[in-house]
Design a protein. Structure first.
Length: 319
């Protein structure tokens, strides 16, 4: 399967990728690009992709978007689900649209664009992700921004933290791709909830290749609600990687409501004794749309537990 369109997009956006994005991402970028050029896109002969074709992605000449003006988005208040809101627009963190208390002691948020090579996140970034994954490699090559959300030890946050992703073409007539990155660390004995939602505004033929990494430390308890509610022309590949430590719990609930192509891959490592995970999903799709939930749970120690329930409704020629 040809990857020429992605190689062309990389060449056309070198200035933005290497000089207008965080410089400390460049080693990851080079590694990801070189590996992606080597392995390309998966086809259905690959066991993990036998039910999902991504050939359409190879046929569309996607481009990266430039900064989008907030005025062009209009009001996003209808999308906001909490008073703690972290907003991405076309894969880039928007401080102007986000809302949270920077002085609180329960959590700390830092955008990739404000970080340097000396930040403690550097050794951990992409450490949970499968280095040989096709779309993780593509993500490394094209990522322009992300956030590091650090939840303090013993923090109990009653209100959910809403991570809101907005995809838009703004005034561009080109099909655009976005590669947002969310890195979450749940401190020891912490308890919190994440609501992560994806929406489209004036979007046409977009491709979203998102990545979330989550470390759940000892005795931490995390609930993660993920909703895909994009337009009918969007293709979305989402990878989540979770690592759980001793006596931690992680609950994921995924709502898949639209998108022309949606692949949600969730990998959980139960790395220490007493860790438990519960994965639930609900999909509601129609026409000729395609939704694929792919899960891997690795019980690396004894006395760990897992549970999965995925249900949905298909209409027309959806699968």
């Amino acid at each position: 399967m040809s990857v020429n369109n992605f190689i062309t997009a990389f060449d056309h956006n070198r200035e933005m990728l290497f000089h207008q994005s965080p410089q400390w991402l460049n080693p990851f970028r080079k590694e990801g690009y070189n590996h992606f050029c080597k392995i390309g896109l998966p086809d259905r002969s690959n066991e993990e992709w036998k039910y999902t074709s991504v050939e359409m992605l190879s046929q569309i000449p996607y481009s990266l978007s430039s900064q989008v003006s907030n005025e062009s988005l209009g009001s996003i208040s209808n999308y906001i689900q909490s008073d703690i809101v972290i907003v991405f627009v076309n894969g880039r963190y928007s401080q102007a649209l986000s809302s949270f208390n920077e002085m609180n002691s329960l959590y700390h948020l830092k955008a990739f664009s404000s970080m340097s090579e000396q930040d403690c996140l550097m050794p951990s970034l992409y450490s949970t992700a499968t280095k040989t994954d096709f779309f993780v490699s593509l993500h490394k090559a094209f990522v322009t921004d992300g956030v590091y959300l650090h939840i303090s030890d013993k923090a109990v946050i009653s209100n959910p933290i809403h991570i809101l992703h907005i995809n838009t073409n703004d005034n561009s007539q080109l099909p655009l791709m976005h590669h947002p990155h969310v890195y979450i660390y749940g401190g020891m004995h912490s308890k919190f909830s994440i609501i992560e939602t994806y929406h489209s505004i004036h979007s046409k033929n977009s491709f979203v290749n998102s990545l979330c990494e989550c470390i759940v430390d000892e005795n931490a308890h995390v609930s993660h609600y993920l909703m895909f509610n994009e337009d009918m022309q969007t293709a979305h590949i989402h990878n989540s990687y979770v690592v759980q430590k001793k006596n931690s719990s992680y609950h994921s609930l995924i709502f898949s409501l639209s998108s022309k192509l949606l692949r949600n891959a969730l990998s959980v490592q139960l790395a220490q004794a007493g860790a438990s995970v519960s994965l639930d999903g609900l999909y509601l799709i129609h026409k000729n749309h395609h939704s694929d939930n792919h899960t891997i749970i690795s019980h690396q120690k004894s006395d760990t537990s897992s549970n999965q329930v995925y249900k949905g409704i298909l209409n027309d020629h959806a699968r």
